[in-house]
Write a protein that binds this ligand. Structure first.
Ligand code: BGC
Length: 539
C-alpha cells in the first residue's frame, strides 16, 4: 500500500507511512459495537420502534374537531407491548385500550416519557465524566466501563420488578451509552490511518443502524411472547455490550492516548503494530508534539470555552443539533402510519421498520465508501438538497391530500413512502454518520475529549427535546412539521457552505494549522498569542 503524501504543518510535504492492517480494521469493528448498544436502545425505546399489533389494525390519521386524531400513533418498541404497559404503566395501558375515543393531541404521560428520557438525560450528564475518563484512563478503559454500566442496566431492566428498578436500569444504560458514544468515535478517529479515517469512524454509525434494525425485528417477535416478551427485548441488549466488553480486551489503546498518558514506548510500539511498518517516525513525532501541547493544558473544559476553541466547539455542537433538526427521528415515528395507509393492513409497522431500517443501514455503507473520496462537505450538501426536496414534497402531498378528504389515497401514500426512503438514505450517508465523525476529528488533542463531550451531550439533549415536543408539534403543525424541518435543512446547508471546512485527508493532529488557520472566517479566532496566554493561565 503506498504511503500518503501530505503537507506538513509548516507547509512542506510530509509522508505518513502505513498500511491498512487487518489489526486496525479488527479493532475498528470491535469498538464500533458500542454503536450497536446505542442503536439497539433507539430501536427498543425510541421513535424507530415497532408499534403494537393493534396499531396495524386501527392506525390512521383523522382530522377531528380542528385537530389531528393520531389513532394509535403510540410509543414504539417495548412501550408498545401490553404486558410491559400493564406491569409498569397501568394508566397508560387503560388509556391505550380506549384509544378509539382518545385524542392523541391530548396525549400525555409523564411516567412513560420518563422511561424513555431517563436514558438520554443520564447519557447527557455521563458524557462529561466519560470525557475525563478518556483523558485519564484512556479510550479503551472508558469503552470497557461503558459495557459494564450497560450490562448492569440490562440485567436490572430485564429482571425489573417495579418502575424504580426499571428506571435505575435505564439510567445505567444511559451511562453506558454516554461512555460508549464518547469513547468509541474518538477511538476510531485516532487509530485510523488518515486516508480511511472517515470510513473507519462510520463503522460506529453503521452499528447504530444495525442495532436499530435488529431491535425492531426482535421486538416484533418478542411482542407475541406473553407475558415476558419485553424482558427478552430488553435483555438482548446485553449481547452487543458483552461483545464490546470481551472484545475490548483484544484491542489496542490508541497510540495517542498511550503517549498522552506518558507511556511513550508502548505508544510507539502500538503505532508500529497498527500501521504495519517500522517507519512511523513522522506520525509519532506529530502525536508526541500534540501530546506535549496537551500536557500544558490542565483544564480542558476551561480551555474549550476560550475564544480560540470556538470554531471547533461551535461546529461540534451544531453538527449534532442539526443532525436532530433534520427531523430524522420524528419522521421515523410517523412512518408506520404511511405504510399502514398504503394498505399493509397487518404488520405495517414491522414493514415500515424493516424497509426504512434497511435503507438506513445500506446507505450508511455508501457513506463508508465515499466519505474519504468525495469528502465530508460534498456528502452533507448533496444530502441537504435531497432531504429538502423529499421533506417539502411530503409536506405538500400530505397538506393537499389530508385537507381535502382526511384520507391519503393509496397511490399518494406509495409516493410518500418512496420519498421517506429517499430522505432516510440521504440522512444515512450524511448528517447521521458525519454528526459523529466531524466532532471527533476537528479538535486538537488538548481539547479533544472535552469538546467531543459537548457533541455527545448535544445529541442526547436534542434527541430528548424533539422526543418531548414531537407529538404536540405534529398535533399543532400537522403537515407543517415537514416544512419546519425543511427550513432547518436550508439553515444547515448554508452553514455547510460557509462555515464548515473540509477535513478529508487532513491528519487529526494537524487540523489547527491546516484547517482552522486557513479558513476565511474561523482563522480570526486562531490568535496565537491568546492561545499561548490560555496555556500559561491554566498551568
Ligand atoms: C442519531 C439518531 C438516529 C440514528 C438513525 C444516529 O446517528 O444520533 O438520533 O436515530 O442515527 O440511524
Amino acid at each position: 500500500m503506498p504511503a500518503v503524501v501530505l503537507a506538513s504543518s509548516d507547509g512542506g510535504p510530509q509522508q505518513f507511512e502505513g498500511k491498512i492492517t487487518p489489526y486496525v480494521v479488527i479493532c475498528g469493528i470491535i469498538a464500533a459495537t458500542g454503536g450497536l448498544m446505542f442503536g439497539y436502545d433507539i430501536g427498543i425505546s425510541g421513535f424507530w420502534g415497532v408499534r403494537s399489533p393493534e396499531f396495524d389494525e386501527r392506525a390512521g390519521i383523522q382530522f377531528v374537531n380542528g385537530s389531528w386524531d393520531l389513532n394509535m400513533l403510540f410509543a414504539g418498541g417495548v412501550t408498545a407491548m401490553d404486558d410491559f404497559l400493564e406491569k409498569f404503566f397501568p394508566d397508560v395501558y387503560v388509556k391505550k385500550h380506549r384509544a378509539k375515543e382518545n385524542n392523541y393531541c391530548k396525549y400525555d404521560n409523564q411516567g412513560l416519557q420518563l422511561f424513555t428520557s431517563s436514558l438520554y438525560l443520564a447519557a447527557l450528564v455521563s458524557s462529561f465524566f466519560a470525557s475525563k475518563s478518556c483523558t485519564k484512563f484512556g479510550r479503551r478503559l472508558t469503552m470497557q466501563a461503558a459495557s459494564v454500566f450497560f450490562l448492569i442496566g440490562v440485567v436490572l431492566d430485564a429482571a425489573a420488578r417495579d418502575l424504580a428498578m426499571l428506571i435505575v436500569g435505564r439510567i445505567l444504560l444511559g451511562m453506558g451509552v454516554g461512555f460508549a458514544n464518547q469513547a468509541v468515535p474518538l477511538f476510531l478517529s485516532e487509530i485510523a490511518p488518515v486516508r480511511i479515517r472517515g470510513a473507519l469512524n462510520i463503522l460506529f454509525q453503521l452499528d447504530v443502524t444495525i442495532g436499530i434494525l435488529i431491535a425492531n425485528i426482535v421486538n416484533y417477535f418478542a411482542s407475541n411472547l406473553h407475558p415476558w416478551g419485553w424482558r427478552l427485548s430488553l435483555g438482548l441488549a446485553g449481547v452487543p455490550a458483552t461483545i464490546l466488553c470481551l472484545g475490548s480486551f483484544l484491542i489496542t489503546e490508541t497510540p495517542t492516548s498511550l503517549i498522552e498518558r506518558e507511556q511513550t514506548d508502548a505508544g510507539l510500539a502500538m503505532l508500529k503494530k497498527i500501521r504495519g511498518t517500522e517507519k512511523v517516525e513522522l506520525e509519532f513525532q506529530e502525536i508526541a508534539r500534540a501530546c506535549e501541547m496537551a500536557r500544558q493544558v490542565k483544564h480542558p473544559f476551561r480551555t474549550v470555552m476560550k475564544r480560540h476553541s470556538r470554531p471547533q466547539l461551535v461546529i461540534a455542537v451544531l453538527m449534532q443539533v442539526f443532525q436532530q433538526f433534520t427531523g430524522i427521528n420524528a419522521i421515523m415515528f410517523y412512518s408506520p402510519v404511511l405504510f399502514q395507509t398504503i394498505g399493509f393492513k397487518n404488520d405495517a409497522s414491522l414493514l415500515s421498520a424493516v424497509i426504512t431500517g434497511t435503507v438506513n443501514t445500506l446507505s450508511t455503507v455508501v457513506s463508508i465508501v465515499l466519505v474519504d473520496r468525495v469528502g465530508r462537505r460534498m456528502l452533507l450538501l448533496e444530502a441537504c438538497v435531497q432531504m429538502l426536496l423529499s421533506q417539502a414534497l411530503i409536506g405538500i402531498l400530505l397538506q393537499v391530500n389530508l385537507k381535502s378528504n382526511n384520507t391519503l389515497h393509496q397511490g399518494v401514500a406509495v409516493v410518500v413512502v418512496v420519498l421517506v426512503c429517499l430522505y432516510v438514505s440521504s440522512f444515512a450517508w450524511s448528517w447521521g454518520p458525519l454528526g459523529w465523525l466531524i466532532p471527533s476529528e476537528i479538535f486538537p488533542l488538548e481539547t479533544r475529549t472535552a469538546g467531543f463531550a459537548f457533541a455527545v451531550s448535544s445529541n442526547m439533549l436534542f434527541t430528548f427535546l424533539i422526543a418531548q415536543a414531537f407529538l404536540s408539534m405534529l398535533c399543532h403543525m400537522r403537515a407543517g412539521i415537514f416544512f419546519f424541518f425543511a427550513a432547518w435543512i436550508v439553515v444547515m446547508g448554508l452553514f455547510t457552505i460557509f462555515l464548515l471546512p473540509e477535513t478529508k485527508n487532513v491528519p487529526i493532529d494537524e487540523m489547527v494549522e491546516r484547517v482552522w488557520k486557513q479558513h476565511w472566517y474561523w482563522k480570526g479566532y486562531m490568535n496565537k498569542e491568546e492561545a499561548k496566554e490560555d496555556k500559561v493561565d491554566v498551568i
